[in-house]
Design a protein around this ligand. Structure first.
Ligand code: PRX
Length: 651
């Protein structure tokens, strides 16, 4: 186990004591408030999940709850269902006129879809997709900002059995091209542009650039969101509003097998290009439906806001499939949290009487830095539950969130999960679990999480180890698209095929609460977004002046971690600010603005083992000005002090 894990253990130990009981009034009304649920799940996990699967509508019941041939799981085997039916059709009788999507644009314009309207819009677009040639099984790439059509597009794909692959709109053209190519996607759905901090982002241009590097694309569907002039390529590009005009307004949902792919979501890992995480239909719907209901305590009249982007797994599970399958009203916002001013979020919470708010710790840290005067301008008393996801939240921002946003009456659910897990796995249940600021508390009922050492032995409370999940769960990753070997090697080979390796380090405290210590692989978590060091390094190395590059995460007050680069230049290249700027631009172009390096250091060498491998542990310590530990296995130990000096000079 790396030295840094041990060190983090000592640091975070201090925060252990505080236990905050969920407010009594909340407990009384909570969907789940009897701790017996944990025992029931533990006694018979399969029976537990089977009972919960009854909360989803099936065209045909499953024949077996679980087929588990490690590491391959099939859930609700033989069952037939449709995700879009579960998110829309089944609500029509009871809540057809209820608002399903409440959307606010950055300029303040508001759009609403009732469930009836969502059914019509989704059905029309689903038929339009079919008319464009999309067939069951075709992977459709969705490259869209936060507008209602993004959700409609996802649901329409699900309706006709075409798995979607949503690419975050903030990603670069190259990132889009990689994902289209990997999925061999023939169809792309995009927009003309969108607003960010009052500026128009020319999204269609970026889409075109990406597609120019992708071989498979035949049709591009464009939403007219801004009404701005864009180039339409005849034969390839069609307007969303034109193709839905002639499309029928009813569309029979496909009867999908429980194990049919619902979507692909790309995420970063240790090596190579991003991997396409495959999620299937039945288990995913059961897992997200139930966690949304129990963790967020969804009730009929809630107005629920998850401020993530639909381009991430959080958007998939907890903007779209989880809440809509519960018949909730979801709120969506197009733009930036500080536009036109730093109280934009609080203004919208007040105006729309939002009751549940789920965001990232990085956002909370930014709000805290902006100051409590911004939320103080608004009445946030409609809120009854708060949540966080994506990275550890330190106790300071936790308390700030609890007091200034939740008025000390809202439980905070700190939810731990991953793109691969599909659903929340470690979290408080807000009507049951006493909270500890900084800890996601306990595994969800039915989930078996543990902290293991390299050999798979359980680690005693108080010590750091690897976070493992030791039992299959319904919405788990099924494979890495087109790369079964990578699926097995990454997640199921450390301790054998029946224990899932999360690639996170964690420890338990004496109350058996989990504390997440960070990633153990080469992933940097920037503001809750996963970036692989490999991808960042290849972006830098593709610059003609660069011979070798290494990238590490550096602690950042707001983002949690930021990107920090070490670059070896070819002889004759000039080490100047201009080149640094070019390197920054290169990363932004290849990956996207979230990856922009906080610092770059030019160097002649990197800390390497005798076999020439970069020692990540040492580079991480150098980057974060920590004790580098044992350097005796380095071929060039003198580089450590030299790099430390250079990093310090940048401060
Ligand atoms: O390191 C953990 C961190 O985010 C990683 C998963 O990232 P991603 O697949 O992009 O999904 C993010 C949203 C589900 C994890 O391996 N992480 C996520 N939630 C938490 C967290 N770290 C600490 N506390 C959390 N609540």
């Amino acid at each position: 186990m790396g030295a840094w894990i041990m060190e983090e253990t000592i640091e975070s130990k201090l925060e252990e004591y505080e236990l905050i009981n969920p407010p009594e009034d909340f407990v009384k009304q909570a969907n789940i408030n009897d701790p017996e649920v944990y025992k029931r799940a533990e006694d018979n996990p399969e029976k537990f999940w089977e009972e919960l699967a009854e909360h989803i509508d099936w065209f045909e019941k499953w024949k077996r709850v679980l087929g588990w041939e490690p590491p391959h799981a099939k859930w609700f085997v033989g069952g037939k269902l449709n995700a879009s039916y579960n998110c829309i059709d089944r609500h029509i009788n009871k809540r057809g006129e209820k608002t399903a999507i409440l959307w606010e644009g950055e300029k303040g314009d508001i759009r609403k879809y009732t469930y009836n309207e969502l059914l019509e819009a989704t059905s029309r677009f689903a038929n339009a997709l079919k008319n464009q040639g999309v067939e069951k099984g075709d992977i459709v790439t969705i490259y869209m900002p936060m507008i209602p059509e993004a959700v409609i597009a996802m649901l329409a794909c699900a309706r006709i059995g075409a798995p979607h692959s949503v690419v975050f709109a903030g990603f670069s053209a190259d990132a889009l091209a990689d994902r289209i190519n990997n999925a061999e996607s023939k169809y792309v759905i995009t927009t003309d542009g969108y607003y960010r901090r009052g500026k128009i982002l020319e999204h269609k241009n970026k889409t075109d650039e990406g597609i120019s590097k992708a071989e498979t694309v035949e049709k591009v569907i464009v939403v007219n969101h801004l009404d701005n002039e864009i180039e339409i390529k005849p034969g390839r590009d069609v307007w969303w509003h034109e193709i839905i005009e002639s499309a029928d307004s009813t569309c029979e949902p496909e009867k999908m097998d429980s194990e049919d792919m619902l979507f692909l979501m790309y995420t970063s890992g240790t090596t190579g290009s991003p991997k396409g995480i495959v999620h299937t239909t039945g288990g995913y719907m059961v897992g997200t439906h139930v966690t949304a209901n129990w963790v967020f305590d969804l009730k009929e009249d809630d107005i629920y806001w998850c401020s993530a982007d639909v381009g991430w797994i959080t958007g998939h599970s907890y903007i779209v499939y989880g809440p809509l399958s519960n018949g909730s009203t979801i709120f969506m916002y197009e733009g930036a949290p500080d536009y036109p001013d730093k109280d934009r979020f609080w203004e919208m919470i007040e105006k729309h009487k939002i009751t549940i708010f789920y965001t990232a710790p990085t956002a909370v840290r930014a709000f805290m830095k902006w100051g409590s005067e911004w939320p103080e301008k608004h009445d946030l008393s409609s809120l009854r539950l708060l949540g966080t996801v994506g990275e550890p939240i330190n106790p300071d921002p936790w308390w700030w969130y609890y007091k200034n946003i939740g008025y000390e009456k809202c439980p905070i659910v700190d939810t731990w999960w991953q793109t691969e897990t599909g659903m929340i796995l470690i979290t408080p249940l807000p009507g049951i679990t006493p909270m500890k600021p900084g800890s996601p508390t306990n595994p969800f009922p039915g989930i078996k999480a543990s902290v293991l050492d390299d050999e798979g032995n359980k680690i005693e409370p108080g010590h750091g180890g690897y976070l493992a999940i030791e039992r299959p769960w319904p919405s788990m990753i099924r494979t890495v698209y087109g790369d079964e070997e990578r699926f097995i090697n990454t997640y199921w080979s450390k301790w054998g095929p029946d224990k899932y390796m999360t690639e996170d380090a964690a420890r338990l405290d004496n109350d058996n609460y989990f504390w997440i210590l960070g990633r153990v692989d080469d992933v940097i978590n920037v503001a809750g977004h996963r970036l692989g060091t490999m991808e960042l390094e290849s972006a830098l190395e593709s610059h003609p002046d660069v011979v070798e590059a290494a990238v590490e995460g550096i602690k950042d007050e707001i983002k949690g971690e930021a990107v920090f680069g070490y670059v070896i230049l070819s002889s004759g290249s000039k080490e100047d600010e201009k080149l640094k700027q070019e390197l920054r631009d290169k990363i932004v172009k290849d990956i996207g603005p979230i990856a922009k390096p906080k610092g770059i250091v030019f160097t002649d060498d990197l800390p390497k083992t005798r076999s020439g491998k970069i020692m990540r542990r040492i580079l991480k310590a150098i980057t974060n000005n920590k004790d580098e530990g044992d350097t005796s296995t380095l071929q060039n130990p003198e580089i450590v002090d030299e790099l430390k000096r250079k990093v310090k000079e940048l401060d």
